[in-house]
Design a protein around this ligand. Structure first.
Ligand SMILES: Cc1cc2nc3c(=O)[nH]c(=O)nc-3n(C[C@H](O)[C@H](O)[C@H](O)COP(=O)(O)O)c2cc1C
Length: 312
């Protein structure tokens, strides 16, 4: 698996991405993953240009290996974010929901490698029509954070069949068996989010890490489907209230207002009761705090062990 097609395109050693996670994945986490041979990804979220430039520079101080920036095309600062990518010479960009339009053109002209995250075959087919798109992250609905409706097991092979760029599988992968399964479905790399939340180098609140570690297989819930922006989070007081208001047909505007700033409350302030604790269904398997290097090594060894067992 090491040094495969994706590794060659991105100049990384191990085809494991740490998913960009708004408020969660900063320079500390991204650099640690890149130093361990994977692809560390800083998440721009809705942050302004100053913060993003600062994080890019800090990452460069912490690692000389490749890393990426995850950008939300719907960010209110999107024009500034694109300028930051080009000015700071970021080489790889992973993009979330939104219209690529003029932004992909600008990134491609600057020689940036673009990797859109997609939840459907139709979006995958649309995205690869843009110059500069070198691969796709196909993210199944098991994932933490904003999600689509199709699960990883069904989504990956359908997207692999529909496009001619390498596909990175995301959603529900947290050990070597998951990595092996993704490769069997045709993926050329994996993107892991939830497991990296509890990494030593991840600067989220202790309360957030504990909530993930205590989670079971049934601990997540999807809120926001009525607003058109479904999000997978861990069940708590906030999710209960949100769900109740959704059931009472509260307007999408009011629900959006209720959700605003709630991820930050959980990540930064440690308010895991009234905040939004985004995590995937695989959280039930994430039990150990360890370094990014240890996580990457475990994923690799587990993958090799699984493949050996399958063929024995
Ligand atoms: C707390 C959290 C925040 C996230 N924020 C983003 C984001 O800003 N942009 C994005 O493209 N994906 C985001 N994701 C999705 C991850 O990048 C990744 O694809 C996903 O976590 C993989 O599934 P897993 O959680 O089952 O490992 C987020 C996920 C989590 C758990």
């Amino acid at each position: 698996m090491k040094n495969n097609e994706i590794c060659e395109i991105l100049n990384i050693e191990v085809p494991i991405f740490q998913g960009g996670m708004a408020w969660v994945s900063d320079s500390s986490l991204a650099a640690a993953v890149s130093n361990a041979g994977g692809l560390g990804i800083i998440a721009a979220g809705n942050a302004p240009k100053d913060w993003i430039v600062d994080q890019i520079r800090k990452t460069k101080e912490l690692t000389n290996k490749p890393f990426a920036l995850n950008i939300m095309l719907l960010s209110p600062f999107i024009d500034d974010v694109i300028d930051a990518v080009i000015e700071e010479k970021v080489k790889i960009v992973v993009t979330g929901a939104g219209n690529p339009g003029k932004y992909f053109k600008k990134l491609n002209e600057a020689g940036v490698k673009i990797i859109p995250v997609v939840p459907t075959v139709s979006q995958a087919v649309r995205m690869v029509r843009n110059d500069g798109v070198v691969a796709l992250v196909a993210e199944g609905a098991e994932a933490g954070g904003h999600i689509g409706v199709t699960n990883t097991m069904s989504l990956i092979p359908q997207i692999v069949d529909a496009v001619d760029v390498p596909v990175i599988a995301a959603g529900g992968i947290a050990d070597g068996r998951g990595v092996a399964a993704a490769f069997c479905l045709g993926a050329k790399a994996v993107q892991v989010g939830t497991r990296f939340i509890v990494a030593d180098e991840c600067s989220v609140s202790e309360e957030y890490k504990e909530k993930v570690i205590k989670a079971k297989d049934t601990s997540t819930i999807v809120t926001g489907s009525s607003t058109g922006h479904p999000v997978r989070i861990l069940k708590n007081k906030f999710s209960k209230l949100f769900k109740k208001l959704e059931d009472e047909n509260t307007s999408p505007e009011e629900l959006e207002k209720l959700g605003a700033g709630k991820l930050r409350s959980a990540v930064v302030d440690g308010d895991v009761d009234n905040g939004s604790v985004m995590a995937g269904q695989i959280a039930g398997m994430v039990k150990k705090r360890e370094s990014c290097e240890s996580i990457i090594n475990d994923l690799l060894e587990g993958y090799e062990r699984t493949i050996r067992e399958v063929y024995e």
